[in-house]
Write a new protein. Structure first.
Length: 593
């Protein structure tokens, strides 16, 4: 256990160092703390002389003014010290959060596949809050306390070294009791933070999909799931309270014992003349300057144990490999054929793609169709470089796509998905999302018109400044799709990927969105996961993907004649029409998962 704590302490210190805390402010804060302590150390000496030589005749305004000046100087220096240390502490936490946020944004998609969003959010909020409490509050008291204790011990030795030695014997005895309690607090704190993360994950999952919860009558189930987390946190909180309840009385007992010993033994020395009454008073004042920080030390080490647990989880997150956006050469133009060569991919042990090979000609439309679970969306994820293939590669011309910088490769791709995700904000924010340049009003109007989004945007009271709500909930599915298409148009991508972009729309919305897609597809290299026949029949090439393998390639007419499953899928979408209409399938629906 000792070794584990040492490692954790080193990690904590390294984490703090990497935030580059301002050395000048930290030095000034420590200097002010030293001044505060030194001034405070003068007060008992002043009191000693005052007690030993007290008489009404010796009491004058100069002495009172001096004492008042000393106390005011101590208060001012202490206030400056606390302020500066709080600035440094908050700066440290801001630096940690900045690193953590940058890391979260840069982590690859597989990380988010394996970690619940709520737990990840907890690292950013709950764990950094623990470090913030330590750095901005308890660290301040700890620094002041150390200086106060060191200075007071020196003066105690000067006043009466024998009495001081008796006092110091009690300290190791106290440590023998406090340290084991602190270790237990560390373990409980770490478990509490883990449970906090799990509870946050439950909250995030339920609140993000609250409509699903209600439509499924799952309120009671989710209530008990959440209640279990609440009870677990209660149990850990009670355990933590138990050890705090042990720690407080133990410290109080030790302090009371210390006072009894000092007053008893000190009184004997005063009676014998070995110690003056003023010295005993000064000794007690110095002792209080040691005792008060001791209680703060106990709180500091308790919070330190919590911070160690939080640090371990933050370090684990920061150690995850992130996406490399800069390595490789910058891609300027996509004017060559895309080659998919013997592409293989598996999620853990489940093989999704099994040696897929095909080519996509520049400026042409390639449709990928097939049953659900055949690997179509996974193929898109590999094009986007969300994942690395287990075998084979994707090439642009003769160059594997991983030779290009990730940033430049993705900048050439426009992706319109079935869900058409939106962020909370305005319609303008969503259309311009991800662009690092200012978009003019004319550009905005143009892409909205090409996406047929101007039809509903102009009818809204706030137009482009209309709030869409969380995940675009205030807009219909067709409206969200058209905003997604407008976003893709504004990016002006050279490669366009459409993932069942009209599958979830009603007939009226589908017609409008399909017109917008036609505008978007014009002159671009387009890969479509096909769901509607109107998309498929216009494709220069259709690839039928089945259980991770290509079982047919050709035009719509060729596959309709030669591929049994393709023909079956086509016929299933022709609603109650006669044999001749089934043979002539142009303009109808095709459900290909």
């Amino acid at each position: 256990m000792k070794k584990e704590n040492n490692v954790s302490s080193k990690q904590f210190i390294d984490l703090i160092k990497k935030t580059n805390p301002p050395k000048l402010k930290l030095s000034m804060a420590i200097l002010m703390s030293v001044i505060t302590t030194l001034v405070g150390l003068c007060v008992p000496l002043f009191t000693k002389n005052f007690v030993d030589k007290f008489s009404l005749s010796t009491l004058n305004a100069a002495q009172i003014a001096l004492l008042a000046a000393v106390l005011l100087a101590r208060a001012a220096a202490g206030g400056i010290s606390v302020y500066l240390l709080n600035m440094v502490g908050n700066g440290i936490v801001a630096g940690i959060r900045d690193r953590l946020w940058k890391k979260l944004i840069s982590l690859p998609i597989p990380f988010y596949d394996n970690h619940q969003t709520g737990e990840t959010i907890s690292r950013m909020t709950n764990d950094t809050a623990v470090i913030k409490n330590l750095a901005s509050e308890h660290f301040t008291n700890f620094i002041n306390g150390i200086i106060s204790v060191v200075g007071s011990v020196i003066f105690l030795l000067i006043l009466d070294w024998k009495l001081t030695l008796i006092t110091l014997v009690i300290v190791p005895v106290a440590m023998l009791v406090i340290i084991p309690i602190g270790k237990q607090m560390h373990r409980i704190s770490k478990a509490t933070q883990d449970e906090n993360a799990r509870f946050t994950a439950i909250l995030s999952k339920v609140l993000m999909e609250v409509r699903l919860v209600k439509s499924s009558n799952a309120e009671e189930t989710e209530y008990y799931n959440g209640k279990e987390g609440i009870q677990n946190l209660l149990r850990f909180g009670i355990k933590e309270g138990k050890y705090q309840a042990m720690l407080g009385p133990v410290i109080s007992l030790i302090l009371m014992l210390l006072l009894v010993v000092i007053i008893g033994y000190g009184g004997m020395r005063v009676s014998s003349g070995a110690l003056s009454a003023g010295s005993l008073v000064a000794y007690l004042l110095y002792l209080f300057q040691i005792i008060l920080p001791m209680t703060q030390f106990a709180m500091f080490f308790t919070e330190l144990q919590k911070a160690k647990g939080a640090t371990e989880r933050i370090i684990t997150l920061l150690d995850h490999e992130e996406e490399d956006y800069a390595s490789g050469r910058v891609l300027l133009q996509v004017d060559q054929t895309l080659h998919v060569e013997d592409l293989r991919f598996a999620y853990k042990d489940e093989e999704i793609l099994k040696g897929v090979s095909f080519s996509v000609e520049p400026g042409k439309v390639t449709a990928i169709v097939g049953p659900s679970g055949s690997g179509k969306t996974t193929l898109f994820s590999l094009f986007e470089r969300y994942y690395k293939p287990n075998g084979g590669e994707i090439k642009l011309g003769e160059a594997p796509i991983d030779q290009f910088t990730l940033a430049s490769w993705r900048s050439k791709i426009g992706y319109v998905s079935q869900e058409s995700p939106l962020i909370a904000g305005t319609i303008r924010d969503n259309i311009c999302y991800g662009l690092d340049r200012k978009v003019s009003e004319d550009e905005l109007q143009k892409v909205a018109m090409m996406a047929y989004a101007d039809q509903f945007i102009n009818d809204l009271p706030d137009g482009f400044d209309t709030e869409v709500g969380e995940r675009g909930i205030k807009l219909s599915g067709g409206q969200r799709q058209r905003i997604g298409i407008a976003r893709a148009l504004l990016r002006d991508p050279q490669i366009l990927m459409l993932d069942e972009a009209t599958s979830s729309l009603d007939s009226k919305s589908e017609i409008v969105v399909q017109q917008a897609l036609n505008n978007l597809m014009a002159g671009r290299t387009t890969i479509v996961i096909a769901h509607r026949l109107s998309t498929v029949v216009d494709s220069e090439q259709i690839i039928f993907l089945e259980k991770g393998e290509i079982t047919g390639t050709g035009t719509h007419q060729e596959l309709f004649q030669s591929h049994d499953l393709y023909r079956e899928f086509a016929l299933q979408q022709l609603h109650k029409q006669d044999k001749e209409a089934k043979d002539e399938v142009y303009g109808q629906d095709l459900s290909c998962g």
